[in-house]
Design a protein around this ligand. Structure first.
Ligand SMILES: [Zn+2]
Ligand SMILES: [Zn+2]
Length: 182
């Protein structure tokens, strides 16, 4: 078996066919590092890459407003329509598009995102960002409003009752613990 697998430039049918990056013609029979069928196509491919890179790094095109948040940003590619912001505006646009909304409604996606959020909340980073969110004035005000609402008061009374019951229970159990210690 091994003797058959001599290293040659012959077509190895076990490997996927390699194709010219420019015209797509089969080049499996060319040398192993070949990416194009001919020098002409290597040059054509390189020229198109140069053109694409220039298009991308030509900028900045100043003074364009993000289509989501409206913030004016400098884009480096004239196809860019969202400000950068770690991708949050483009993500929001996707979430609100019909395709994105359908994706986020899927049960498996919902489940996966909930699990990921739960895992993240247990990490140091997750705890820190929760603390940061809790401290935002809007959220502080919301918690205060809730505590003053009818439901909030009910929950508070219920919690006090439960704590009192726990304390009473602890007092009842204490003599037993004392006896065991002696
Ligand atoms: Zn070619
Ligand atoms: Zn934006």
């Amino acid at each position: 078996m091994m003797a058959d697998q001599a290293v040659t430039n012959e077509v190895d049918s076990s490997k996927p066919a390699r194709k010219c990056a420019w015209c797509g013609v089969d080049i499996s029979a060319r040398h192993p590092n070949a990416r194009h069928c001919s020098p002409a196509h290597r040059e054509a491919y390189a020229a198109s890459r140069r053109w694409n890179r220039q298009r991308t790094f030509n900028g900045p095109f100043a003074g364009r407003a993000c289509v989501v948040c409206g913030e004016v940003f400098e884009c480096r590619d004239d196809r860019q329509i969202y400000c950068a912001r770690g991708g949050s505006c483009s993500q929001r646009a996707y979430r609100e598009s019909p395709k994105g909304a359908a994706y986020f409604r899927r049960q498996d996606v919902k489940h996966r995102r909930r699990e990921a959020a739960r895992r993240h909340a247990e990490t140091e980073h997750g705890k820190a960002s929760q603390k940061e969110r809790d401290a935002r004035p809007k959220n502080v005000a919301r918690r205060r409003a809730w505590a003053l609402s009818e439901h909030g008061r009910e929950v508070k009374v219920e919690n006090q009752r439960r704590r009192a019951a726990d304390r009473a229970m602890a007092l009842l159990l204490m003599p037993v613990h004392k006896l065991e210690e002696n």
